[in-house]
Ligand binder design. Structure first.
Ligand code: PMV
Length: 329
């Protein structure tokens, strides 16, 4: 038995479009920051008395429920992948809980599958290094889970199955940033990222995105190395707009933003004009991640909470990757 906790991560340069759906390989490298306060905690117990895997999920502010349908299949398939590696067939009892809304563009699958990967490997006594854990987390189906394994600021390399792993490019303490998630919609999104990854290449703008993203990756690496918020912010806004434009122009089109998303985007631009520096980025959902210096966190958070579109905020700093929790009993 083992328990692991893993963070959600926010992509500064997005993974959007799947080049190889079997191995979950992206078209482009991506860069993210692990969040210290949006976490999934997962316990895995292998029990020879079980005939089938028992998977219980506790989502944010909800009662525990057994996993069914697609989530159950995905967890089961990932357990199988690790069982095969360990050469065992024993079924498992899995309990997993999120302390933030799931399926709402806050990377709950990334946190969930990173925690599942680490807890399962430990419960099976597999002694795996961070690189191998990251590769396995990528194969879960939520590719960005590989970025929730290493600490801090992370790059996931585009490459073949062996080389497409995520590594730390700067530790969490390198840069005192804040990511304030402005929650404008708690509802689970209607179209998951997996489906849209497959459709991305149908957008006439997908080729343009892939061309531009190379330059943006270099610039974001530089912005992180030099702790240059203006440079980072300019890039992350350009990248999120590019990703969502691809999504809105694919066949059939998909739109994650709602009126609340746009209200927050406009407010951030207006506050910037007044001298308060913060930047927006959205993953596959309507909720807005607002990136600013930690010293401006209170000001930005207060202003966000005064917007009628914002239901509440979740404040994060850069955080560590997936880690095991020692058993208390
Ligand atoms: O890893 P997935 O399949 O959950 O897709 C993640 C997609 C985005 O969150 C929109 C971008 C990213 O890089 O995290």
């Amino acid at each position: 038995m083992a328990t692991a906790v893993a963070p959600a991560n926010i992509a500064f340069i997005k993974y959007w479009g799947m080049r190889d759906p079997e191995h979950i390989l992206p078209y482009n490298s991506s860069i993210s920051m692990n969040l210290d306060a949006c976490l999934t905690t997962t316990t895995v117990l292998f029990d020879p008395a079980l005939d089938t895997d028992e998977i219980t999920l506790t989502w944010y502010q909800q009662v525990p429920h057994p996993a069914t349908g697609r989530p159950r299949e995905r967890v089961g398939a990932h357990l199988d992948r690790l069982r095969q590696l360990a050469g065992v067939d024993t079924r498992a009892r899995v309990t997993s809980q999120n302390n933030f809304p799931a399926d709402a563009g806050i990377a709950s699958s990334a946190a969930g599958f990173a925690a599942l990967t680490l807890a399962t490997a430990a419960a099976l006594n597999l002694d795996l290094d961070t690189t191998t854990l990251s590769r396995l987390a990528r194969r879960s189906g939520s590719g960005s889970a590989c970025r929730s394994i290493p600490d801090g600021f992370v790059e996931w390399y585009n490459g073949n199955d062996q080389k497409s792993i995520a590594v730390t490019i700067a530790p969490p303490e390198h840069w005192d940033l804040a990511d304030i998630v402005a929650v404008v919609d708690m509802q689970p999104k209607k179209i998951g990222s997996a489906e849209n990854h497959r459709l991305a290449s149908t957008s006439p703008y997908f080729g343009t995105r892939l061309y531009e993203v190379q330059q943006r990756l270099d610039t974001v690496r530089q912005a992180i190395a030099q702790r240059d918020l203006t440079l980072l912010g300019t890039m992350i806004e350009a990248d999120t707009i590019s990703m969502h434009v691809v999504c809105m122009t694919q066949t059939p089109p998909s739109i994650y933003w709602d009126s609340g998303t746009l209200a927050v985007m406009h407010a951030i631009r207006a506050w910037r004009d007044e001298g308060l520096e913060s930047y927006f980025t959205m993953d596959a959902g309507a909720n807005v991640h607002v990136i600013c210096a930690a010293s401006d966190q209170h000001d930005v958070q207060q202003r966000l909470e005064r917007l009628s579109a914002v239901q509440f905020t979740l404040v994060n700093r850069p955080g560590p990757g997936a880690r095991l929790i020692p058993e208390t009993s």
